[in-house]
Design a protein around this ligand. Structure first.
Ligand code: ATP
Length: 236
């Protein structure tokens, strides 16, 4: 069943259009990667989907249309976004950041259970629960950003460059954890990621975005074998 269905998506900033009519889907429980060079419009795509900026075109989640430019409606539909730069609150503790991820929920007992679940899943977050988020390392902050987004119990998780600024070993571990979350909870994921090796390793399918248009849409395994893609994104 299709979880996210995007048709003819147009979006941009002011009068400058960045996305010129994108079609894409994420099936229930699927991991999908989006590749593309700098400035292609990947971040803009995620912002348009999560209602941070306006858009034209149709976006539905679980068969329900999402209104444009309405981040609250996206959250209510259980679409979570881990933005570029992570978006955690540095002055709040790890625990408070996790609680903030549940702001749209009111099932208090289950929220407490979920905090315990994520502090256990990422043990370092449990250890540092009372520490301010701003004191965490980059990798720990990315874990916190993911755990905070998962506090929404999302149907779909949008991830913008989760590997940015992190050491290769830490990134590898992080992508394993994303795969585990997808396997155990069935959370659909759309991952924008410069590190194509990693994103194609965990994704079932991938899109390539070029100058605001989808130029390639293929199973990840086929993309890895595609010579043009190897040259452009996989280092030869
Ligand atoms: P990158 O990997 O560099 O982040 P990207 O594919 O995510 O690339 P976007 O960040 O979506 O690309 O940017 C697409 C275009 O939109 C670029 O030309 C960029 O300059 C422009 N742009 C991005 N954010 C804004 C903004 N807040 N205001 C105006 N223009 C913007």
């Amino acid at each position: 069943m299709t979880l996210l269905d995007v048709k003819d998506l147009h979006a941009g900033y002011g009068r400058s259009e960045v996305l010129h009519g994108i079609d894409l889907t994420v099936e229930a429980g699927e991991i999908v990667a989006m590749l593309g060079s700098n400035g292609a419009g990947k971040t803009t795509t995620l912002r348009a989907l999560s209602g941070m900026i306006g858009r034209r075109g149709a976006v539905s989640l679980d068969g329900k249309q999402l209104p444009s430019d309405d981040a609250r409606a996206a959250v209510a539909a259980r679409l979570a976004h881990v933005p570029e730069g992570r978006g955690t609150f540095p002055g709040f503790t790890v625990h408070e950041n996790l609680m903030l991820g549940a702001y749209a929920r009111n099932d208090r007992a289950e929220i407490a259970q979920d905090v315990a679940y994520w502090e256990d899943f990422f043990p370092i977050l449990g250890k540092r629960a009372k520490q301010r988020a701003g004191t965490l390392s980059g990798g720990e902050q990315q874990m916190l950003a993911i755990a905070r987004a998962m506090m929404l119990r999302p149907r779909l998780l949008l991830l913008d460059e989760p590997s940015q600024g992190l050491a290769p070993m830490i990134v590898q571990d992080l992508f394993h954890r994303l795969q585990e979350i997808n396997g155990s909870l069935g959370t659909g994921m759309l991952i924008v990621e410069q590190n194509a090796h990693l994103s194609l390793a965990i994704a079932a399918r991938a899109y390539v975005l070029e100058a605001g248009r989808i130029s390639v849409s293929q199973p990840a395994a086929e993309l890895r074998a595609n010579d043009d893609i190897r040259r452009a994104y996989l280092g030869g």
